[in-house]
Ligand binder design. Sequence first.
Ligand code: TYD
Ligand code: MG
Length: 455
Amino acid sequence: MAKTKKRFVCTNCGGVSPRWQGQCGECSEWNTLIEDTPATVFSQKHDLSSGGRGIEFVPLNQPSELPVRKSTGLAEFDRALGGGIVPGSAVLMSGDPGIGKSTLLLQTAATIASGGNDVVYVSGEEAAGQVRLRAKRLGVAEAPIRLASDTSVRDILTTLAQGKPPALLVIDSIQTMHSDTIEGAPGTVSQVRGCALELIRYAKASGCALMLVGHVTKDGSIAGPRVLEHMVDVVMSFEGERSHQYRILRALKNRFGAVDEIGVFSMETGGLEEVANPSMLFLSGRDNPLAGSAVFPALEGTRPVLVEIQALIVKLQSGATPRRAVVGWDNGRLAMLLAVLESRCGLNFSSAEVYLNIAGGYRLSDPAADLAVAAALVSALADRPLPDKSVWFGEVSLAGEIRPVAHSDLRMRESAKLGFMRGYGPSDGKTGSSTLDYSAVNGLAKLVDRVIGNE
Ligand code: TYD
Ligand code: MG
């Protein structure tokens, strides 16, 4: 005899709770608990080794036809995807509202449709006329895309089931979709998950590639991408500052390729354009060296990108709590660096406001940025510019040591190529292949001496 019991599951961490509560007891996220189908507990005697259908095994080494990837027409997008779209796969395109997801997918859809493939674009956010206007603006109004403005997953799948499956199905966005088999308004966790599951099932069964748009908000409060990450094959994140021109497409998860590749685009009046050589993009005009500015040779996958880190330190007269504001880097990491600079190098930031900005709206995730950030901070505090045409890289430990980082040679070669003359980094950073004049920084205290001018 089966016993059933009601339970609630957290959509963020999977933690189980016997009753609903606003905050998950396991991961402390808010509003993530949803009612789960009652767990069925069978008695010990129940045996699963009979009564099922036989499944068919195929040898792993059996030669089979590999699906041919389809190019998106944008080399930068293909690159982030690991070489194009895989048929039957599900791609989630996540990003802040207004960043350009619809624009990117409409451009892609148009290219694939113009290549003689059947493409269906369903917008739940815009009327067909609005999408048409956008297509006109992008110069792809003539592409033979089948366009629909609808939000019912049942209607969409019923219609698609009547004909041959398309090569590409774009759903913009998953938060607007609605399934009548699930309770709740569109955008709730159960709706988003249920709709995505149905669409993904259709994609896998029919071999049509699926692209889902998913909005995220700054605090992650709208249900969406986080719950979907497990279900889709590829999670793409489209990033950038809306007020800046440049956008970065990053693969956060990819079952068919590497995750550390990026694609760089610039948002122009006629849509997104590829930036094939982005290493100079994020440097501001640098004629005179300024205090508080350091250049960091970041690495994105296999691709070096030079970015400028700007620090500003404002000494406070009153006893007010000083602010620390960061754009484009991790807040916690800045707090850690300030603590290391204070405790290992005797600097004092406690009565000063600290502002840190990564130029050009870039978001740094490379841990090798520590040394460049520290150099910018010390230079701002001392009000002395860093040596002209210098780049800085290395990870800083809590003891104030500079730890080695991956691919120092690649970082230095790219910096030399762009006209930089000096490199500062960990003690094993020097390699033979670059013309950069390299100096090892043996600890943060040495950096401070060097910048303040004692050495
Ligand atoms: P959109 O693709 O609608 O963003 P999302 O789908 O991620 O919400 O893009 C929105 C912004 O892009 C909009 O603010 C204007 C800008 N944009 C351009 O600068 N040029 C263009 O050709 C287009 C279509 C949009
Ligand atoms: Mg949109």
